[in-house]
Design a binder for this molecule. Structure first.
Ligand SMILES: Cc1cc2nc3c(=O)[nH]c(=O)nc-3n(C[C@H](O)[C@H](O)[C@H](O)COP(=O)(O)OP(=O)(O)OC[C@H]3O[C@@H](n4cnc5c(N)ncnc54)[C@H](O)[C@@H]3O)c2cc1C
Length: 464
């Protein structure tokens, strides 16, 4: 018999103290809900050791002040997309802040602790406890290697894209699922010291870069693969990000950075960085089960066009905190129905954008280097649309510009037709997600999920 820990009753156990889990713990504690935040990493290793680009408008929206970070886009900075043959589009003043994830996750945890959330680090959650068809807690292994039961009225899985063992005991009501390798992107982010500032300045002058500009080379290994470089001469930091689909040879995403760095020749000591997998698929059809909810990467709450999951996960945390705070006070058992408002609100808003962006990702994967050159050089990829896509916002083309765009699509022949078909499918999928069942209705959900899967796989055929 595994001993039961904690004499104090816990309302919610949050597994995973990444940005999504820590944000949820903070918002639940603010509602005076008893919450325990668990992570397998020791306290000093919490937070991913790299810089993420996060939409600026997130921070005021969640009530978080300035988060320190080694690199932030300055007002004059630009995001420059460069095709394999060197065609460029320049996005002025992207609405993205470059954040050190260790700082962000520590700011979120600090807020949670100040409001009374409890934490347990160095504690590995081994499986869910499912009794009578309801999740009642987790079995965790503490730093001494002892197993214990931690019981709660609700468990939130915010521990990354792999399902927690025990989920299968929920049968038809199990949320989430395994992520196919074809939907995984591997990304690496590394920050190096600039050893030779004069050479770095020469590189910037040759490439027409200003301080803090990000140069994003697309199609570096397959249509979706990118390699971004940003240089901060004041701090003598060079920041590199690479990302590629696993099946595009992304397994060596770190090599992309190393090769490029060797070519540049001005970097010295590695300061920090790391690699990880990002689920770049549409959000899972089912985000909640009885006594159980998925959050962040665990729910595939990622914008697949560029693998950004921080803002989507934190925004979802706000919705989940609202749902939990109402449900914990009004019902004795948190069944799927009680947790459904979270799922419906997310899927109909941010989830819809993410689902549409999955089709953009699939389209990008199929592009050849020559097609990327034509897209950027021929004006089909536009700065105003890319500006919105980078900030994970719905892209709208002003009516006055539509005739010009249609002309370019027509002139691009088969490539134009492919882009137009994918854009249409992306909008249809977005609309479908906006019609996600508003109430818990297993049959309605099955029908909805069948249609969502069909639209998603049809997009794979366009890009092939
Ligand atoms: C190199 C790289 C660059 C990226 N760049 C960007 C970017 O620029 N912008 C952006 O928005 N997104 C970016 N992403 C994606 C983004 O980092 C993730 O989507 C986001 O961090 C997910 O947050 P999360 O809280 O869901 O999960 P995570 O941050 O993965 O946190 C999960 C936590 O769960 C813990 N855990 C796991 N298993 C267990 C267990 N069994 N028991 C207890 N604890 C457990 C882990 O230790 C971890 O702390 C990038 C990803 C990578 C890999």
């Amino acid at each position: 018999m595994i001993p039961v820990s904690s004499p104090k009753p816990i309302d919610v156990v949050v597994v995973g103290a990444g940005s999504a889990g820590a944000a949820l713990a903070w918002k639940l504690a603010a509602e005076e809900i008893s919450v325990l935040l668990i992570d397998r990493a020791p306290r000093e290793k919490l937070g991913r050791p790299w810089i993420n680009g996060v939409e600026e408008r997130l921070f005021p929206a969640i009530g978080l002040g300035q988060v320190k970070g080694p690199i932030r886009f300055a007002d004059r900075s630009r995001f420059i997309i460069e095709s394999p043959a060197g065609y460029r589009i320049t996005i002025e003043r992207p609405r993205v802040a470059e954040i050190d994830m260790r700082e962000l996750s520590s700011a979120l945890r600090r807020n949670a602790l100040l409001l009374g959330a409890r934490t347990r680090f160095d504690t590995d959650v081994r499986r869910l406890i499912v009794e009578g068809g309801l999740v009642r807690g987790v079995v965790a292994r503490n730093r001494e290697g002892d197993e214990e039961q931690i019981r709660a009225r609700c468990v939130v899985h915010a521990a990354g894209h792999r399902p927690l063992p025990g989920t299968e005991a929920l049968g038809e009501e199990a949320p989430g699922g395994e992520i196919d390798d074809a939907d995984l992107c591997i990304a690496s982010q590394e920050v190096y010291e600039i050893e030779d500032p004069a050479a770095a300045e020469r590189f910037m002058a040759e490439r027409g870069l200003r301080p803090h500009d990000a140069l994003s080379r697309i199609g570096v290994r397959g249509g979706y693969a990118i390699s971004n470089t940003s240089i901060d001469l004041d701090r003598r930091h060079a920041s590199f990000l690479s990302g590629a689909m696993l099946h595009e040879g992304g397994g060596a995403s770190r090599d992309l950075i190393d090769e490029y760095r060797r070519d540049l020749g001005f970097t010295g000591k590695r300061l920090f960085g790391g690699s990880g997998l990002i689920p770049v698929r549409r959000p899972h059809d089912r985000l909640v089960g009885p006594g159980y909810a998925l959050l962040g990467d665990a729910a595939a709450q990622v914008y697949p066009a560029h693998g950004s999951g921080v803002a989507a996960g934190i925004r979802a945390a706000l919705l989940l905190a609202n749902t939990l705070s109402g449900a914990l006070r009004s019902v004795a058992e948190l069944d799927s129905e009680a947790l459904w408002p979270y799922a419906a609100l997310f899927m109909r808003s941010r989830g819809a954008l993410c689902a549409g962006a999955e089709i953009v990702r699939k389209l990008a994967e199929g592009f050849t280097a020559e097609e990327l050159d034509r897209l950027v050089g021929g004006g089909l990829m536009r700065a105003d649309i890319s500006h919105e896509v980078i900030a994970c916002r719905p892209a709208r083309v002003p009516i006055a510009r539509l005739p010009g765009l249609f002309m370019k699509i027509a002139m691009a022949g088969a490539l134009g037709r492919k882009v137009a078909a994918a854009t249409l499918r992306s909008k249809c999928q977005e609309r479908h997600y906006r019609r996600y069942p508003a109430q818990y209705d297993p049959r309605g959900l099955r029908e909805w999920a069948g249609m969502a899967a069909m639209r998603s796989s049809a997009a794979t055929r366009i890009s092939a």
